[in-house]
Design a protein around this ligand. Structure first.
Ligand SMILES: NC(=O)C1=CN([C@@H]2O[C@H](COP(=O)(O)OP(=O)(O)OC[C@H]3O[C@@H](n4cnc5c(N)ncnc54)[C@H](OP(=O)(O)O)[C@@H]3O)[C@@H](O)[C@H]2O)C=CC1
Ligand SMILES: N[C@@H](CC(=O)OP(=O)(O)O)C(=O)O
Length: 363
């Protein structure tokens, strides 16, 4: 049910002109619960309309929504955002370090894409198809910092996001996982715009993305972990080893994963397929606007998922898994594809905020 426009939450977007920011604009332009109110970017964009600030840099298939095109873009001074109910941040880690804590101290609710607070002991690191229960940490964050309303909630690295959804489905059904080995093929848009130069990535594979392997290994443990009675995050004990590669794909991170379960005997391929197909998350149970109908689409064709064909399924809000088969070294192996700029970034933030709204954290 769509509330009247006047009861919608006023939304600010930091980094509104960037790769992730542009996705925020499209996701929020006609949202039933959120209204785009304030746009922030760098000094180079401040003082322009949104259309002027993104001239030559709007890289979406859809045009800029008409009512956003003429909106003013300003800087990220917190004073401009004080009447926002929610702030989405698509800032790079440098400016995120400068601004996001200031917004929280000003009692604003920040949903961040940046890496800065992902390992913070007070900040939930939430993939909305996996661990929205970790929002409970918001109360502890507020209490510890002496805040009434403000908080920072982060979403994960885009490759981590795709991986943890099938892992969660498996753990929920079959108990603890022992080991995961994953190799990624990551899209160019993961590096923002203009990102990796054409000269470097065309006709090529670059077998290194700075900091990415460590992020996948650490973030998966926190996301799949729990919260203790003392309000501390407790990492999941699974061990993850990641290899990360940049490939000449525009959007959509593909990952080849091999998994060993703690339980013996391990589940069969058929049981794994069923567990992934049946997996549901809290965002779906709460009927959140951006939640996909299926958290995981399991492909049966031998040559799917593929980024060009499958990244926009369900508007990029779920993940695609295929080639589920027995692994002669671990137990099972499969391919997962997730849209890095949608569920890997902007859609995660928006869905996290929808769950937070449904659970009363934005009152
Ligand atoms: N791309 C992806 O797949 C994913 C990205 N992320 C994270 O999301 C964040 C944004 O990434 P992405 O959109 O790709 O990056 P972009 O480089 O495409 O966009 C960066 C945005 O930040 C703004 N900005 C840059 N410097 C400043 C500054 N000093 N003060 C205020 N605003 C500034 C830019 O404004 P201007 O246009 O004016 O320069 C732009 O709006 C990053 O933290 C990234 O790690 C997370 C998951 C996936
Ligand atoms: N590093 C990722 C995208 C990204 O921005 O990650 P993070 O938010 O963890 O810095 C990629 O290049 O595909």
């Amino acid at each position: 049910m769509s509330p009247a426009a006047s009861s919608k939450k006023r939304v600010g977007i930091l980094g509104a002109t960037g790769t992730v920011g542009q996705r925020f604009i499209l996701l929020l332009a006609a949202h039933p619960h959120f209204d785009i109110a304030v746009l922030g970017a760098s000094a180079a964009s401040a003082g322009k309309t949104y259309a002027q600030a993104t001239t030559g840099r709007w890289k979406q298939v859809h045009p800029i929504p008409a009512h956003v095109a003429d909106m003013p873009v300003g800087d990220c001074d917190v004073k401009r955002f004080m009447d926002c109910d929610v702030v989405f941040s698509g800032l790079d880690s440098g400016p995120a370090a400068e601004y996001e804590h200031v917004f929280r101290e000003a009692e604003l609710r920040v949903f961040s894409n940046a890496k800065n607070y992902r390992q913070d002991p007070l900040c939930p690191l939430i993939v909305p198809l996996v661990n929205t229960q970790h929002l409970e940490m918001v109360a502890h964050q507020r209490k510890t910092l002496g805040l009434k309303r403000g908080f920072i909630v982060t979403n994960a690295n885009c490759s981590t996001t795709g991986l943890v959804v099938p892992l969660k489905a498996l753990e929920a059904k079959f108990g603890p996982l022992d080991m995961v080995l994953v190799s990624t093929m990551q899209a160019i848009s993961g590096a923002g715009y203009p990102g990796v130069s054409a000269f470097d990535v065309h006709d090529n594979v670059v077998p290194y993305i700075s900091g990415e392997e460590e992020k996948i290994e650490m973030e998966a443990a926190k996301i799949l972990g729990s919260i203790s009675a003392e309000s501390a995050f407790v990492d999941n004990a699974l061990r993850v080893s990641a290899h990360c590669n940049r490939v000449p794909v525009i959007d959509g991170h593909t990952e080849c994963a091999s998994v060993r379960f703690a339980r013996r005997p391990a589940p069969s391929v058929e049981e794994v397929v069923q567990a992934m197909e049946q997996y549901r998350c809290e965002a779906q149970e709460l009927a959140c606007h951006s939640a996909p109908e299926r958290a995981i689409i399991v492909h049966k064709e031998v040559d799917r998922p593929q980024p060009r064909l499958d990244r926009d399924a369900q508007n990029g809000a779920g993940v695609n898994v295929g080639r589920i088969r027995k692994c002669p070294v671990f137990d099972i192996k499969f391919v997962v594809l997730s849209n890095n700029v949608m569920i890997g970034a902007a859609t995660s933030s928006v869905m996290n905020a929808e769950v937070a709204l449904a659970k009363g954290y934005l009152d």
